[in-house]
Design a protein around this ligand. Structure first.
Ligand code: MF3
Ligand code: CO
Length: 247
C-alpha cells in the first residue's frame, strides 16, 4: 500500500533528509587516494550521530555499516572495510539517516582523483538519469514513466540499467511501497499521488547488466567487471512537480 504523507509528516522528513545530504557532501569531501572505505564509514557514522540522527542502514536486515561504499565494478551494497581507494577508482556512497520518526536516503558516486573518460561519463550520465527520471514527475504521473526515462537516457548513452535493485517509497520505514524500477514502459503503473515520497535511484552500469552478489551476502558486482554508478535522492510528489529533500 502506498502511504501518502501529510504536510506535517513531510516537514518531519526534512531534517533526516538534510542530514543525508550534508553527510554525503562531508563524506565526498574526504574521498581521496589512500583513504579506506571503512574510514569513510566511521566519518559518516559519527557525522550522522552528531546531527542527532541514527545511521539507519546499520542493522537493517543485518547490514553491518552506516554506509554502503561500492567501488568500481561494485554496483550497490558494498560493505566498507579495509579497501584502500586508489587514484582512478570511483566509489558510490549510499546512506540513510533516521530522525523525527522518519528516514532519509541518498547516494552519490565520487571519482577518486582523476578517472578515465568512461568512468567520468558514467558518473555524469547516472546523475542525468536521475534528472530525466523526475523531469515530468508530478501528481498523476504513471509510476513507470520514471524508469522509462531513466532507461532511455542510460541506453542512449551506451550504458545498461540494473533490474535486480530498484528505488522505493520511504517514510517511517526505509523501504515502503511502491518499488520504483529504473526501467519500464511509459504510461504504465499506478498514478502517483501528491504527497507520495519516493527514493529515485538510478543504478547504471557501463557494460552488461548481468550481476552477482558476493559471498558476503551484500555486495552486488557486475559479471563483466565494468564499472557501475549510483545516484539517489528522496523526493516528494507535488501537484506541479517534485520537491527534492536530499539536495
Ligand atoms: N540506502 C539503500 C537504499 O537505497 C539501502 C541500503 S540497504 C542497507 O535502499 F542494508 F544497507 F541498508
Ligand atoms: Co534507497
Amino acid at each position: 500500500m502506498i502511504l501518502v504523507k501529510t504536510e506535517s509528516e513531510i516537514d518531519r522528513m526534512r531534517e533526516p533528509c538534510a542530514i543525508v545530504r550534508d553527510t554525503l557532501v562531508f563524506v565526498g569531501s574526504k574521498v581521496r587516494p589512500g583513504i579506506t572505505t571503512g574510514e569513510l564509514d566511521a566519518l559518516a557514522d559519527e557525522y550522522i550521530r552528531s546531527c542527532g540522527a541514527i545511521p539507519s542502514c546499520k542493522g537493517y536486515c543485518g547490514y553491518p555499516a552506516a554506509i554502503c561504499a561500492s567501488v568500481n565494478e561494485e554496483i550497490v551494497h558494498g560493505i566498507p572495510g579495509g579497501r584502500v581507494l586508489r587514484e582512478g577508482d570511483i566509489v558510490s556512497i549510499d546512506l540513510c539517516a533516521y530522525k523525527n520518526g522518519f528516514h532519509g536516503d541518498g547516494a552519490r558516486t565520487f571519482a577518486v582523483g582523476s578517472v578515465d573518460a568512461e568512468k567520468q561519463k558514467l558518473i555524469r550520465v547516472t546523475e542525468e538519469c536521475f534528472w530525466q527520471g523526475i523531469e515530468n514527475l508530478r501528481a498523476g504521473t504513471p509510476l513507470y514513466d520514471i524508469g522509462a526515462a531513466v532507461q532511455k537516457h542510460a541506453e542512449e548513452n551506451g550504458f545498461s540499467v540494473v533490474r535486480e535493485f530498484v528505488g522505493h517509497g520511504i517514510g517511517h520505514e526505509m523501504h515502503e511501497d511502491p518499488s520504483v524500477p529504473n526501467f519500464g514502459k511509459r504510461g504504465t503503473g499506478v498514478r502517483l499521488k501528491e504527497g507520495t515520497v519516493l527514493c529515485v535511484e538510478p543504478m547504471i552500469v557501463a557494460g552488461s547488466r548481468a550481476l552477482r552478489v558476493l559471498d558476503d551476502g551484500w555486495t552486488a558486482v557486475t559479471l563483466d567487471k565494468k564499472p557501475a554508478a549510483h545516484y539517489e535522492n528522496t523526493v516528494v510528489i507535488r501537484r506541479d512537480g517534485v520537491e527534492i529533500l536530499t539536495l
